[in-house]
Design a protein around this ligand. Structure first.
Ligand SMILES: [Zn+2]
Length: 68
């Protein structure tokens, strides 16, 4: 009986750990189409046709505008 409780607690702890990881991965990462490197927001923003565009840059120097 005691053993079952311990197993349940471990399962709950693991489940919450997976939930946190899933939340982190929900943030869409902008990846460069040319070299597959993760792009970072340059801080530049532009509004076109009511949509907000963010400028992203990869370590290779490529830039692209992403609607967010
Ligand atoms: Zn690139």
């Amino acid at each position: 009986m005691k053993y079952t409780m311990k197993f349940l607690l471990i399962t709950v702890a693991l489940a919450s750990c997976i939930a946190v990881t899933a939340e982190v991965f929900q943030i869409p990462a902008v990846v460069c189409a040319l070299d597959n490197m993760t792009m970072n927001w340059t801080g530049k923003r532009s509004i076109q046709n009511g949509k907000t565009l963010h400028e992203y840059k990869c370590p290779g120097g490529h830039k692209k505008w992403v609607i967010q």
